[in-house]
Design a protein around this ligand. Structure first.
Ligand code: 9MR
Length: 594
């Protein structure tokens, strides 16, 4: 090669590398492109959102960016009503091929990879249900089931003290009772009946709504080989604990089982402080009644495997209901209790100002289980037109879900109650979907700053459940598609770009406020746990120092100190299980019908 041609080829080579360099740096991963990091069903809507100014074409390519498989044009600018930021939509619903892809926007970059396939949320449904196994108290988690998150048993709870607030003639203060098992509530190790209430109600409703799908759901737990579906086995772990929280003498239910103060950030077996059951409360007792009544229906077919359990549940429910009738105003008031009695208790309060919704839920479950009209008339089931989104403090609509479910086989004499419940549920869904298409992220979640409360991820999941309920009652597919938008929200189509389910998505919560995840020395968090997520008031509430914004839909900090935006909790995980599993179940039904 002559020196001239050597220089020429060097020149070409340099030019080539500059060009390649430019083109690669022009196509970096862009955090501005937000989408469901797990992916989409082939025939479902598929949307990514780009935050910021952008216009013109976008492409779907293979993850190596080499092959363009679909081309589209970004939608017009929309303004986020919370932050004022501009977004554009990349809608590639028409692209239906199975595979792994990215969204690429010239001048912006490319998204995280995602899949298009059937069963795209199946692993998340299994994973979020398995999350409950990792929360089990009083038992070790062997590697066969827990993998690298295997850990020794903690909190045997076989020597639990009766707190002075819970003293009764038969059980004076200091009496020892045994109350093992159940799930740890959240990032802390205490066990609270109120929060167990909505959690169990949600999981049991999933089973009632989609029994065939749930019967096949396998989570690799110690009970996986028995005759019961894994979902019921998991629920049973907490149900048996709940039963121990009822005072057998009078039917009242202790509000919680707790240390006086929160444990340090240690593994369960290193947390050995005294544990107490505290005062019986109206809300705990009514939530307990509702769960036991519902459980009694579900476990009835398993009488051979669990002799007498369904009957015991119903007896416990009725006993609890009777106690509540005698003590309707016995609210849990932690501060008042601490002023009168020792030791002071400073763990989660789950306090409530109004038990009317707990009455409605308990009455509805008892009515549907027993068909005894007395429960339908004992309380005013429809005191007004409201249909509040379920949360631990607001369980009215759980009752409506259960009553509306009875529309199918019409086993209730009082169909008027069923019709009204149905109207409420569909009305809630209609309110939720209003104006969503104009929203910056196009998700049902996030229409207003009010959505961004402590545990907002569960707001998104519970909105999704309401929409699925409406879909089941009307067969109108729009509700299902809107429910999918909230699954998109939870897996990354949101203002912070995180998938809030640990272990799922390329950019998911890594540092939850969760004692085992902090203390186990393993880098990856315990998987399948839903972070509470964005919370407009988090900085004021947990005083963690890392927050960088006050924009309501962006206040999220993936640090373990951030218990107000990054804790995990069973009442948040349960609706995540419901939403992922229900959508999978419905997808299978749709495919089977094709
Ligand atoms: O989920 C609860 C949230 O609605 C409250 O605003 C917050 C403060 O009272 O408490 C949350 O529940 C926590 C409970 O009290 C203790 N275990 C952890 C729960 C999740 O953060």
């Amino acid at each position: 090669m002559s020196s001239a041609s050597r220089i020429t080829s060097l020149f070409i080579l340099t030019l080539f590398s500059i060009t390649v360099g430019i083109s690669l740096s022009a196509q970096p991963l862009s955090e501005s492109i937000r989408l469901n990091q797990l992916g989409f069903y082939p025939s479902a809507p598929k949307v990514a959102i780009v935050v910021g100014d952008a216009s013109g074409p976008f492409e779907i390519t293979t993850p190596d960016l080499k092959t363009v498989v679909f081309k589209g044009v970004l939608g017009p600018a929309r303004q986020n009503s919370i932050s004022g930021k501009t977004t554009h939509t990349a809608d590639f619903s028409d692209f239906k091929s199975v595979g792994t892809f990215v969204v690429r926007i010239p001048g912006v970059g490319h998204s995280y990879p995602f899949s298009i396939k059937a069963d795209v949320f199946q692993a998340a449904a299994i994973g979020s249900l398995k999350g409950f196994y990792y929360q089990r108290a009083s038992v070790g988690l062997p590697a066969t089931y827990a993998g690298k998150w295997s850990r020794p048993a903690g909190h045997p709870d076989t020597h639990v003290l009766i707190h002075p607030s819970a003293a009764s003639a038969n059980r004076p203060a200091g009496t020892i009772i045994s109350s093992p098992g159940g799930w740890y509530d959240a990032g802390d190790y205490n066990k609270y009946i109120v929060n167990s209430g909505i959690t169990m109600g949600t999981l049991l409703s999933l089973y009632e709504d989609f029994p065939a799908y749930c019967q096949r759901l396998k989570t690799n737990i110690p009970e996986s080989t028995n005759a019961l579906p894994d979902l019921l086995d998991e629920a049973l772990w907490n149900l048996r604990w709940m039963l121990t929280m009822q005072d057998p003498t009078d039917g009242g239910v202790y509000h919680k089982l707790t240390n006086p103060g929160f444990d340090g950030m240690v593994m369960p077996d290193k947390a050995t402080k005294d544990r107490y059951v505290v005062q019986k409360s109206n809300t705990a007792t009514l939530d307990f009644a509702a769960v036991m009544a519902q459980a009694s229906r579900l476990f009835k077919p398993y009488n051979r495997q669990l002799p007498g359990l369904a009957d015991s549940c119903l007896t416990a429910a009725v006993h609890a209901w009777q106690w509540a009738k005698k003590n309707p105003d016995l609210y849990y008031r932690q501060n008042d209790m601490n002023q009168r009695l020792d030791p002071d208790v400073t763990t989660g309060g789950y306090e409530d100002k109004d038990a009317s919704d707990e009455w409605i839920w308990a009455a509805s479950e008892l009515y549907v289980t027993t068909k005894d009209e007395a429960y339908a008339t004992a309380v005013n089931l429809f005191p007004d037109d409201k249909t509040p989104l379920p949360s631990w403090a607001q369980v009215r609509t759980l009752g409506y879900y259960t009553l509306a479910r009875m529309a199918k086989d019409k086993p209730l004499r009082n169909q008027d109650v069923v019709t009204q419940a149905k109207k409420h549920v569909v009305g809630l869904a209609n309110t939720l979907i209003e104006g969503v298409d104009q929203q910056a992220f196009g998700t049902v979640m996030g229409k207003s700053t009010r959505d961004f409360i402590w545990g907002s991820s569960a707001e998104a999941a519970n909105q999704g459940i309401a929409l699925i309920q409406a879909y089941r009652l009307t067969n109108d597919r729009k509700y299902l598609n809107y429910a999918l938008t909230n699954l998109d929200y939870l897996f990354g189509r949101n203002a912070v770009g995180y998938s809030f389910l640990t272990g799922f998505g390329q950019k998911s919560t890594l540092n939850p406020h969760h004692r085992p995840s902090v203390a186990d020395g393993i880098q990856a968090p315990v998987p399948g746990l839903l972070s509470g997520g964005t919370n407009a008031n988090a900085a004021r509430q947990d005083k963690c120092s890392g927050y960088t914004t006050t924009i309501a839909d962006e206040v999220y900090l993936d640090q373990s100190c951030s218990y107000a935006s990054n804790e995990i909790a069973i009442n948040w995980n349960a609706p995540m299980v419901y939403l992922t599993a229900a959508i999978e179940a419905l997808q299978r039904e749709a495919v089977a019908k094709q």
